[in-house]
Design a protein around this ligand. Sequence first.
Ligand SMILES: C[S@@+](CC[C@H](N)C(=O)[O-])C[C@H]1O[C@@H](n2cnc3c(N)ncnc32)[C@H](O)[C@@H]1O
Length: 282
Amino acid sequence: MTMMPTVTAPRSLPLAVRIARVDGVFYHAPMSKRTTAPDYSRIAPMYDRAREWTAIRSDEVVAELVPARSDRKLRALEVGCGTGNYLKAQVENGPSSVSWTGIDSSRNMLVRAQAKLRNVRLVFGAVEALPFDDGAFDYVICRASFHHFSDKELALRELRRVIRGDGWLRIWGGHPEARRRWWVYRYFPETVAIDESRFWGADRLFETLQAAGFEVQVRTESNLRMVATKSLQERARLRDLSQLALIDEEAYATGLSSLSSEPADRVVDESGIVDLRARRLD
Ligand SMILES: C[S@@+](CC[C@H](N)C(=O)[O-])C[C@H]1O[C@@H](n2cnc3c(N)ncnc32)[C@H](O)[C@@H]1O
């Protein structure tokens, strides 16, 4: 059974808040208008079709932190946990002495996480008003979620608040600076401006976190390779990527048509991530 959360209300709430408990998930969501994230409730049915939790490695930062906390379980949080793939990989393959919590602002994504997870506390809520006590976690990760947060300054204040002194924050995910030749940008050029406006560059992340009292390291990794055009066509039709969900129907149809008429069987593709690890100093 999924553990029932003990959730404390945040001191201030940005907008109206709904609280209810449904199917083992504690619902606690500020209702705000967001433009940087698509409607994940619509994407949820397609999301897991293109992704396997088995492809996700156990988190190396968690592995490093666990031995130092042998007196009690490490308290770890994933913000924007989506359908729970990262959490599932951690529970199955990571150290057992970790108490995991996931929070997400999409009910439909959480319902899918709920179906695959046991012994993980799942909370419906938003990063802008985290319903957790100050210093509640030793480790917080935003995996492929930080670019979605519409108020990143507020998000960082909240993330910092819930991390204990000497605790860790990780912001990990695909990033435009590391994948300039990504197939999505080539066939759907409107997505470039969308990503440039919502992603923070590695420099900005580094400097903002430093100024907020973290010791920061940022690593960027890119991978260029040839991929089968057919697999890209199938992926584009799924429309599970937020970039494809955020462009309008006309731009989507034009991109799909140019991808469908691509004469080459294989094309160049670049994937790349930015991985920020930051230790709270005070
Ligand atoms: C690309 S998915 C990543 C899901 C998961 N971390 C993974 O790696 O598969 C981004 C998730 O962030 C969530 N999200 C977006 N904005 C959020 C916010 N302000 N607070 C909490 N979650 C948010 C979305 O609902 C979505 O489930």
